[in-house]
Design a protein around this ligand. Structure first.
Ligand SMILES: Cc1cc2nc3c(=O)[nH]c(=O)nc-3n(C[C@H](O)[C@H](O)[C@H](O)COP(=O)(O)OP(=O)(O)OC[C@H]3O[C@@H](n4cnc5c(N)ncnc54)[C@H](O)[C@@H]3O)c2cc1C
Length: 257
């Protein structure tokens, strides 16, 4: 059987490998848009923070290794642009050459994952706006930090990825915004923890002119902290909360369909 798998990171590679393991006679081909397959998304924030030093350590398997190991054919930098279910073919664009090819299949697996939402706000395409999804994204951001181009940062989106990225930006010295952890159980290494139930006076080590990013898994505590701090004269605060909207725009991920 001729099986095409579109998308080659976690889901695509696992499906393809399993199909070959079940029946080595299946012809299984992965078509994927990115340069890398099977990378460790969870390591990207730590690459930014230089905890993971080498990009190679983010890559679980190269296309060549994966092919050798499993017998699956892998084509990278190939974007599927159209599915023709009646003819059982897909059209795909080779992103290196800009040529379009057609691939036939008996069975089609779509494992195209999700990409960060790019909210339609002015300036979203500027070079200093970064999205963190692939190893190349993390490489680009770390290079900009190490070139001294980034002194202060706003992380839009305070789910676990936003928090890990904020923590690692801080580790790289990007901290004109001081990150204050307002969660019930503090989880940002190195960030001052502020217990919202206990803010009655000025905070030690924090100046009233500091720009403060109040980070919390559920926004309520951070907003409470913001209110208390404002009353004490700390007026330059921003709240970063989980599943957040930033300047009224949605951030997060959207499925690739
Ligand atoms: C910064 C970060 C940190 C994370 N940390 C963790 C963690 O700690 N723990 C955890 O469990 N998960 C974590 N994740 C999530 C994890 O990486 C994802 O759940 C996982 O990558 C999803 O795999 P997937 O194969 O479904 O989709 P994806 O990883 O999105 O892969 C889909 C692939 O399909 C390709 N594609 C899309 N459209 C097309 C098309 N038309 N044609 C060809 N190819 C296409 C894409 O380019 C991509 O390569 C993290 C993710 C990120 C970004």
């Amino acid at each position: 059987m001729n099986i095409l798998v579109v998308g080659g990171v976690a889901a695509g590679t696992k499906v393809a490998a399993k199909l070959k393991r079940d029946n080595y006679d299946h012809k299984v081909k992965i078509l994927t848009k990115g340069k890398d397959i099977s990378f460790a998304g969870c390591g990207l924030p730590y690459y930014i923070g230089n905890v993971i030093e080498k990009k190679e350590n983010l890559i679980v398997n190269t296309p060549e290794n994966f092919s050798k190991l499993t017998g699956v054919e892998v084509l990278t930098e190939v974007e599927v642009t159209k599915v023709n279910p009646k003819e059982k073919t897909v059209e795909a664009l080779d992103l290196r050459t800009n040529e379009t090819f057609s691939y036939s299949y008996d069975k089609l697996v779509i494992a195209t994952g999700a990409d960060p939402i790019k909210p339609p706000i002015e300036g979203i395409g500027l070079p200093r706006v970064f999205f963190i999804k692939t190893p190349e994204d993390a490489v680009k951001l770390r290079e900009a930090i190490q070139a001294g181009e980034i002194k202060r940062a706003i992380v839009a989106g305070g789910g676990f990825i936003g928090i890990e990225v904020a923590e690692n930006l801080k580790a790289q010295g990007v901290e004109e915004y001081k990150i204050i952890d307002a969660s019930l159980s503090p989880n940002i290494k190195g960030a001052p923890y502020v217990d919202t139930s206990n803010v009655n006076d000025e905070l030690t080590g924090i100046d009233k002119n500091d720009k403060l990013l109040l980070v919390c898994n559920k926004g309520k505590r951070a907003y409470m902290l913001q209110k208390r701090l404002r009353n004490l004269g700390y007026i330059n605060t921003l709240v970063l909360e989980s599943g957040t909207t930033f300047n009224q725009v949605e951030v997060g991920a959207a499925a690739n369909v």
